[in-house]
Design a protein around this ligand. Structure first.
Ligand SMILES: CC(C)(C)c1nc(N2CCN(c3ncccn3)CC2)c2cc(C(N)=O)c(N)nc2n1
Length: 327
């Protein structure tokens, strides 16, 4: 194909592949079969090989994984990635609620989110383009896993607006991908992954992005590191904004007016947890208003405006029940 035609065709392919990718991996509503997506991707890769100078950093072809790295570079997080204090029962949550109200008064709302059992990551965008992704690490210094994160189809390579931001999220391996991967490893006599979290961590620590691409990881974003700079007033508004930009946010979040509604959400998801296509290990509860978050501040380790309610470990409970019932 001659150059002018190639320029036009590459542009068409990019638009199509980005749209199909968004429908399939973010909306979970594909409009074309995988075979069509793969065919167009192969055509794009061939044209970019014929005209390498036409390849751009947000091209969908970046998702199949490039050269293997020798090592991961270190990345200093501009804003530290804090930890979360844990709650193990309703009493702990009531104590948290009391401390919050003592500080900010009774007019407080919470946002409840499923606590995805994966690996916390930070992703930076400049003028709308994905430029760097890193693991949480120790909260201050993480590892640059940009090339591996590009293989996560629900991570936009370019946002719907040309904004500069840093988003935080949880990379995870869906249960189905985990079962398929362990079945493959079983057949090859390889060591199995104990759970989807370990599998996701092991996959993102691969130096060869083609291996990461083969693991079908996914990502939910759950926050902005620089929300106040962007003039956003609450956590709910930040999540809505992230969704508008093209990120995948978890749909099962709920804004609660008090701790009774929070407990309802916690109990509901403790029951419904097995039906989810991914593993969760609890519920994260956050004060919604950023002004109130500011008032509450953070300890050296974790915010005073958020807490993680941890579910009892699922597998241990079932094993114990098995032993009891099948003695
Ligand atoms: C921004 C804050 C600090 C409030 C925050 N921090 C989180 N985490 C911190 C501790 N993390 C951590 N990881 C490893 C070692 C120590 N802490 C792992 C992420 C969140 C994790 C999830 C999730 N998993 O679904 C979520 N919906 N919201 C979060 N929000």
């Amino acid at each position: 194909m001659e150059r002018q035609a190639a320029i036009k065709r590459i542009e068409e392919l990019r638009e199509l592949l980005n749209q199909y990718n968004y429908e399939y991996y973010v909306l979970d509503r594909p409009s074309v079969p995988d075979s069509e997506y793969d065919r167009l991707m192969q055509e794009l890769i061939a044209l970019e090989e014929q005209y390498p100078d036409l390849k751009t950093k947000d091209s969908p072809s970046q998702r199949v994984g490039g050269q293997a790295l020798d090592a991961f570079q270190k990345v200093e997080h501009r804003t530290p990635m804090l930890s979360l204090a844990n709650a193990f029962n309703e009493g702990d949550l009531r104590d948290f609620d009391r401390r919050v109200r003592q500080e900010v008064g009774d007019d407080v709302a919470y946002v409840c989110e499923l606590k995805i059992d994966g690996l916390a990551v930070s992703v930076r965008y400049e003028d709308g383009y994905f430029v760097q992704g890193a693991t949480r690490g120790d909260g201050v210094t993480g590892e640059d896993i940009t090339e591996n994160l590009k293989t996560i189809r629900s991570l936009p390579l370019r946002l719907n607006e040309p904004v500069t931001l840093e988003a935080r999220g949880e990379a995870y391996m869906p249960k189905a991908s985990f079962e398929r991967l362990n079945e493959q490893r079983r057949q090859r006599g390889e060591e199995l992954f104990a759970n989807p979290r370990n599998a996701a961590a092991g996959s993102l620590r691969q130096l060869d992005p083609k291996i990461a691409a083969s693991r079908h990881l996914d990502l939910f974003v759950y926050g902005l590191a620089n929300a106040e700079e962007l003039g956003i007033a609450s956590h709910s508004a930040a999540l809505d904004y992230l969704q508008q930009l093209g990120f995948k946010t978890n749909p099962e979040r709920r804004r609660c007016a008090n701790m009774d509604e929070v407990m309802q959400f916690v109990n509901e998801w403790q029951e419904k947890r097995p039906q989810l296509p991914y593993e969760i290990d609890g519920i994260v509860i956050k004060v919604d208003s950023f002004a109130q978050q500011e008032q509450l501040g953070a300890t050296a380790k974790s915010p005073r405006w958020a807490i993680a309610y941890k579910f009892p470990a699922e597998e241990v409970v079932t094993k114990l029940i098995d032993i009891e019932l099948n003695v």
